[in-house]
Design a protein. Structure first.
Length: 116
């Protein structure tokens, strides 16, 4: 599986961006697909995830209510709609896929910069 993230950019505080993560290869119902981010000088942290098979979604507390993860199964793509962006959301965002075996795949990051 290869993951290609896109959609990053620069936006002012309060603005919105939508990230996309296109997966090559077949995705299965048991796969967990989501987003992590890493701000300068900080560790990579969980942002949001969804099970490929159903509508369950998971969010970090600091993005819940502002970010929405969704998927387009025919397109093998996962999206992260980010609204009400804050300067502290500035980071490189990474798409991640986890198999039930524990094997993890990462996409290359896409930079999101939020200015005040």
């Amino acid at each position: 599986v290869q993951l290609q993230a896109s959609g990053g950019g620069s936006v002012q505080a309060g603005g919105s961006l939508r990230l996309s993560c296109a997966a090559s290869g077949r995705l299965y119902s048991s796969h967990l697909v989501g987003w992590f981010r890493q701000a300068p000088g900080k560790e990579r942290e969980f942002v949001a995830a969804t099970r490929w098979s159903d509508s369950r979604t998971y969010y970090a507390d600091n993005v819940r209510g502002r970010f929405t993860i969704s998927k387009d199964k025919p397109e093998n793509t996962v999206y992260l709609q980010m609204n009400s962006l804050k300067p502290e959301d500035t980071a490189v965002y990474y798409c991640r896929l986890e198999r039930p075996s524990g094997m993890v795949y990462w996409g290359k990051g896409t930079l999101v910069t939020v200015s005040s």
